[in-house]
Design a binder for this molecule. Structure first.
Ligand code: TEU
Length: 520
């Protein structure tokens, strides 16, 4: 394998930093906490980490509101803690990638603070998107754009001007027509590359550039968080100008050998989506088809075909994700209790059989479900801004259970955790699962080990077999691995081959319902 393009078949592990492990006992996860669990991550068998934002932030969106992109928030540690983490992760053969947020800053960023002080028409305001309001007295927002977190995407200042925020009001959008903005991102990229990071995840990679004149969103546009945007109807995202930003990012990243960038790309049209992953733009793109597919062989197959088709001709490998910090955990999406977990095991086999890159979300290897949190515990701005319409994303962000029988399950030595953990997680701790050969964790370790070492896992092309209704089977054309999935209610005959790994107990030569299998 070409080591310089290590990411092409890598398994990434997304660490939601607040929720992974707490070393300083304040109930919030941190960088030293991650470092203390590197042995676990090595045992699990992942190749690289994606750390969610740990930069200086007032935490209005838990770090996606960045006040200083070149420093560590004291809640998570400091630059020395970051350097220690990178050095030790590399010693464990684990690469480290970090999350950059170029679409917006925090309202506490010194640039925005300066813009507030400087007033209309100033160069300070020209780093953001300030406009006069509509209506005869300027009291209406400049256009009809909604924020992704609910309410209008505009907030008015006492001096009468409005500023744009596609997310929370604490996340003002940067003006990407201003060369200072792009120069600053280049500086941030180099800052972290010089510290040894192996790559970046680019937040809202389809954002940043805004069209001239800021035309209204068409009322027919489908809107919302986690919706793929159609630039023809929704000019807030996927403006052609964004590609210049990605070319800049790629140029800087390419100054450093063996580094990569993946974009969060919520773009509807496949051809427009594919324009982001190019030899001179992003190395990888998320496409979220598997996140959206229900547990149904036809839906999963369509998601796979779609994702493969989207990267065809780009030279980029596909990426596969079942969960992340913005969506309901897939155990819960697939069904309640043990059935959800059984299906999650099956889907893990499907995902890990596919060619390309896999992104795991911390806790999925433990089979964690989404948590129904009481209203008082909820913190996500989606919830606090649009109460009663959407529950927000806290349910997938509950701190991980490491060991012991009661909360905080070794997540912290402190007394509380930033979100409460359910008592039932006693049965799902990493410690209890490491010792149990039938646990979700042991299953993930086994699957990851085979994926890495077995020669059947080669070849970029898939071949689909005919299969009974509610089932599918595909074969990797290179190495010959076969993966079969049964989402029908009844057992079906297995395709020929020797079973390498099954997601649940087999039934003679039959593949039981809610089960997947690898064959060679
Ligand atoms: O997510 C972008 C996001 O929230 C998408 O679902 C989005 O609403 C939409 O479809 C935009 O195209 C990222 C992070 O993953 C999320 O946690 C942050 O809250 C958000 O950006 C703001 O930085």
């Amino acid at each position: 394998a070409d080591e310089s393009a290590w990411w092409r078949d890598a398994v990434f592990y997304q660490v939601y930093v607040r929720s992974f492990a707490d070393a300083n006992d304040d109930g919030v996860g941190d960088l030293d906490g991650i470092r203390s669990r590197l042995g676990y991550l090595e045992l699990l068998g992942v190749d690289a980490l994606w750390l969610t934002p740990f930069f200086t932030s007032p935490m209005a969106d838990h770090g996606y509101d960045v006040a200083d992109p070149r420093d560590v928030d004291p809640l998570f540690g400091d630059l020395d803690a970051f350097d220690r983490l990178v050095t030790e992760a590399h010693a464990h053969n684990i690469r480290v990638t970090i999350d950059l947020v170029p679409n917006h800053t925090s309202d506490r960023h010194p640039w925005f603070q300066a813009a507030l002080r400087a007033g209309p028409g100033s160069p300070e305001r020209a780093r953001y998107v300030f406009r006069e309001g509509g209506g005869f007295d300027g009291s209406l927002p400049p256009n009809n754009w909604p924020s992704q977190f609910g309410g209008p995407a505009w907030t008015r200042l006492p001096d009468g001007q409005w500023y744009l925020h596609l997310f929370a009001p604490e996340q003002p959008d940067l003006n990407w027509d201003n060369p200072e903005v792009s120069a600053d991102l280049a500086r941030t990229l180099r800052f972290w590359l010089d510290r040894g990071v192996d790559g970046f995840r680019i937040d809202v990679a389809h954002g940043m550039a805004k069209p001239v004149g800021l035309p209204d969103v068409d009322p027919r546009a489908e809107l919302g968080s986690g919706v793929r945007h159609d630039n023809a109807l929704d000019p807030r995202f996927d403006d052609d100008g964004v590609h210049e930003v990605h070319r800049m990012i790629r140029k800087v990243v390419d100054e450093y050998p063996g580094r990569m960038a993946v974009g969060e790309i919520w773009v509807k049209d496949d051809e427009r989506w594919a324009r982001y992953v190019r030899p001179d733009e992003l190395h990888l793109g998320f496409n979220f088809r598997l996140v959206e597919a229900e547990f149904d062989a036809d839906a999963v197959r369509a998601a796979i075909d779609h994702s493969l088709a989207a990267v065809r001709g780009t030279g980029a490998p596909p990426t596969w994700t079942l969960s992340n910090h913005d969506v309901v955990r897939h155990v819960t999406r697939y069904g309640d209790g043990s059935i959800g977990r059984q299906r999650a095991r099956a889907m893990a086999l499907v995902e890990l059989a596919l060619p390309g890159v896999v992104y795991l979300y911390n806790g999925e290897e433990l089979g964690l479900p989404n948590v129904e949190l009481p209203d008082w515990a909820l913190q996500d701005p989606i919830w606090t801004r649009s109460r009663h319409t959407r529950r927000g994303r806290d349910g997938c962000r509950v701190p991980l259970p490491w060991e012991g029988d009661t909360p905080p399950f070794g997540f912290t030595e402190g007394v509380t955790t930033w979100l409460p953990q359910p008592n039932e997680w006693a049965g799902l701790t990493a410690e209890s699962q490491l010792e149990d050969p039938d646990s979700m964790l042991s299953f993930y370790r086994h699957a990851l080990e085979l994926r890495k070492s077995h020669q059947a896992f080669t070849g970029d092309e898939l071949e689909w077999y005919g299969a009974p209704a509610g089932c599918f089977a595909f074969r990797r054309k290179g190495g010959g691995l076969i993966c079969a999935l049964n989402t029908s209610g009844a057992p079906v005959p297995l395709p020929p081959g020797e079973v390498l790994l099954a997601s649940g107990p087999m039934d003679g030569n039959q593949l039981p319902p809610d089960t997947a299998v690898w064959l060679v």
